[in-house]
Design a protein around this ligand. Structure first.
Ligand code: ZN
Length: 138
């Protein structure tokens, strides 16, 4: 039964951009602006392997009422929908592994989408902002 991941390599084409760059996010279902993000709830009484990834698993808070596609992978200000498997033919461990794999893939996608400005460029514009003017006007 090697049917796993047969679908994860399919790239949807008729959908809004998969990657959103915050801090404002919209519902991937209806496009309405989301209220914000809440992080993966780590429950010390019920530890999960996914807790290690808590910094990258978030949920859209929405007032539009859409229920699907609320889970996202997050890297910096970039998010993308994150689908977890609930395949009952898999063991719990297998599902966790599959979900971690999905998260890794999502983070890899986000890494390519992260805005260039988010990282300091050594050959950039030289010294920036040592006090002084804010550079409002040249
Ligand atoms: Zn919605």
């Amino acid at each position: 039964m090697l049917t796993q991941n047969a679908q994860t390599t399919l790239i949807p084409t008729a959908r809004p951009p998969l990657v959103q760059i915050g801090p404002i996010y919209t519902c991937p279902v209806c496009g309405q602006q989301a209220l914000g993000l809440v992080s993966w709830p780590v429950n010390p009484a019920n530890p999960c392997k996914l807790d290690e990834w808590a910094a990258h698993i978030w949920y859209l808070r929405r007032k539009c009422g859409c229920r699907s596609r609320g889970r996202v992978a997050r890297l910096g200000d970039c998010i993308t929908p994150l689908e977890f498997t609930y395949d009952r033919s898999l063991t719990y461990e297998q599902r966790v592994e599959a979900n971690i794999a999905a998260l890794r893939a999502a983070l890899a996608l986000l890494a390519t989408a992260e805005p260039v400005g988010a990282q300091a460029h050594p050959l950039g514009r030289g010294d920036t902002g040592q006090g002084g003017s804010n550079g409002n006007a040249p």
